[in-house]
Design a protein around this ligand. Structure first.
Ligand code: IDC
Length: 496
């Protein structure tokens, strides 16, 4: 191409700045009063630490209409399995959606009544999974204190009941890759638990989190039959979740040779959306189509390490598929550990009463998903189109062949002034590459720029002029430049 192609873009939109919670939801309801979302990039995460902003002090509030409340033990009672589906006492299909604790030994503080109440009432969770590692540090079968750990489980089971949630008692094998390694301990543990909870309708058992290290299905099956025999000896109708080979991914192996001696058995599939995509979804679909009852007792929207980047598009494709089959899914994890999958920021030391400031990007996604403020289908469609998910605060205009998406990411008060953070995505929809770009953004009043990244920024009164850096000016036909963003104070973007 000859010369430089400068894109002059005047954006004609208006931005709402209501003080409400969690705008990133792309909400179906309350959109008009949507609050700026928590920041999402790593760069932003760094900023979070330095900002002394007085962002939302509001507690999370329940936005569910009465008729959208999910299944709960008081309504659907003891669960059972029919065909591939989990069912309530009246034969109605039940889908559980909720969250898993992190390792109970490491993060016991979230097993508290108020936290569980909040997860149920405000986040819409109808299940909580109590993850008890068996072999990691503090593990039940290694150097942990079994009585202490069982005490946490008892507390968790009780709080879940009080808050009308189902609860999963998870024997969280991981580095002990073959469940038979601790078969005797597992049988003793589940003997005790099932004797205690035989009369409790809200308790489910997960007997081996993730077999791995080459442990085959036949070994898992033989372990499962022993432990199921123990549990069903006390509580014949209990729903039991069985792990599958390769970190609970090879549901096809279970589908080819399911457990036939017992009822109310489901098989687990675990996914991490930034790692596991079409292949694993294909395995899931095939297993369900073959008649296997599957339960996703753990998943993350980041990578399989529990950290790394979030892939919302893949997460959307997953939830869409799970909803299609009515499969239950439980997110990893309820903690403030410095890892992407934790739903709380590591800066948050609260154990309940969480506000917007306390929630990580994974937490925000989970909140939006559970409260229905982001439909799985929306997210899935965005993924399928290879595009970014659009939210209420996205403003998109076409300028020539360039589509510019302006997203208000956050706002807060600092020194008596409102501060706004925006992110831009510039997509070249033409069939020709461009070599650089420029954007003009008008504001309602004079602004001061406090930060800007991946662009050159110049404030011209009420106008912010942004030009590309050498490294992101060229936008190949059909692709987009992202991670361009800035923080200003004094006024919000003015579009009309
Ligand atoms: C991870 C935790 C991490 C912890 C580690 C222990 O997120 O903080 O240090 O376990 O090994 C799983 C496991 C789950 C993992 C999680 C993320 O079931 O225990 O948690 N994951 O790696 N399977 C796939 C991913």
């Amino acid at each position: 191409m000859k010369g430089k192609k400068i894109l002059q873009i005047i954006l004609l939109l208006s931005v709402m700045l209501g003080a409400v919670w969690l705008s990133g939801c792309g909400s179906k309801k309350g959109l008009e009063e949507t609050k700026p979302a928590a920041k999402s990039t790593e760069k932003d995460a760094e900023k979070d630490k330095t900002e002394k902003s007085a962002a939302a002090k509001d507690e999370i509030t329940d936005v569910r209409p009465e008729d959208e409340k999910p299944a709960a033990p008081s309504v659907t009672g003891a669960l059972h399995v029919e065909g591939t589906r989990l069912m309530g006492r009246g034969g109605e299909p039940v889908q559980l959606k909720g969250i898993s604790t992190h390792g109970l030994a490491w993060f016991p503080q979230y097993v508290n009544k108020e936290c569980f109440r909040e997860l149920h009432e405000k986040w819409n969770a109808n299940v909580i999974r109590l993850a008890m590692y068996t072999a990691e540090s503090g593990g039940y079968c290694t150097d942990g204190d079994p009585e202490y750990l069982k005490g946490l489980i008892r507390d968790g089971v009780r709080y879940a009941k009080e808050q009308d949630m189902y609860v999963i008692i998870d024997w969280h094998i991981l580095s002990d890759n073959n469940p038979n390694m601790h078969l005797a301990e597992a049988k003793a543990f589940f003997e005790e638990m099932s004797a205690d909870y035989a009369g409790e309708e809200h308790v489910l058992y997960e007997i081996c989190n993730e077999p791995n290290g080459g442990t085959g299905w036949s070994e898992i099956k033989s372990y499962a039959e022993e432990v199921i025999g123990t549990i069903h000896g006390n509580d014949p109708d209990a729903v039991i979740l069985v792990g599958t080979p390769n970190w609970s991914q090879f549901v096809d192996e279970a589908a080819a040779d399911p457990i036939t001696d017992y009822e109310n058995i489901m098989y687990t599939l675990h996914f991490y959306a930034a790692t596991h995509t079409d292949d694993l979804r294909g395995k899931l679909s095939a297993a369900v189509e073959a008649g296997l009852p599957v339960f996703v007792s753990e998943y993350g929207i980041c990578d399989a390490s529990g950290s790394g980047a979030i892939d919302e598009a893949q997460a959307g494709l997953w939830t869409e598929l799970l909803d299609k089959y009515g499969i239950s899914y439980v997110a990893w994890n309820l903690s403030n550990k410095e890892e992407t999958s934790a739903i709380l920021k590591s800066s948050c030391s609260k154990t309940s009463g969480f506000s917007e400031e306390d929630i990580s990007d994974s937490g925000r996604w989970l909140y939006c998903m559970l409260t229905g403020e982001m439909s799985a289908a929306d997210a899935g469609t965005a993924g399928a189109a290879g595009g970014e998910q659009k939210t209420q605060t996205d403003h998109v205009i076409m300028s020539g062949n360039i589509e510019v998406t302006v997203r208000l990411k956050n706002s807060w008060e600092e020194g008596g002034k409102e501060v706004f953070q925006y992110d831009l995505t510039l997509k070249n929809l033409s069939d020709q590459d461009c070599t650089d770009w420029a954007v003009d953004i008008p504001f309602q009043s004079e602004i001061a720029l406090s930060d800007g990244w991946n662009g050159n920024y110049e404030v011209q009164g009420k106008n912010l002029h942004i030009t590309s850096k050498e490294y992101n000016g060229a936008i190949t036909a059909g692709t987009a430049a992202a991670d361009v963003g800035f923080i200003v104070s004094g006024g919000s973007v003015a579009f009309e």
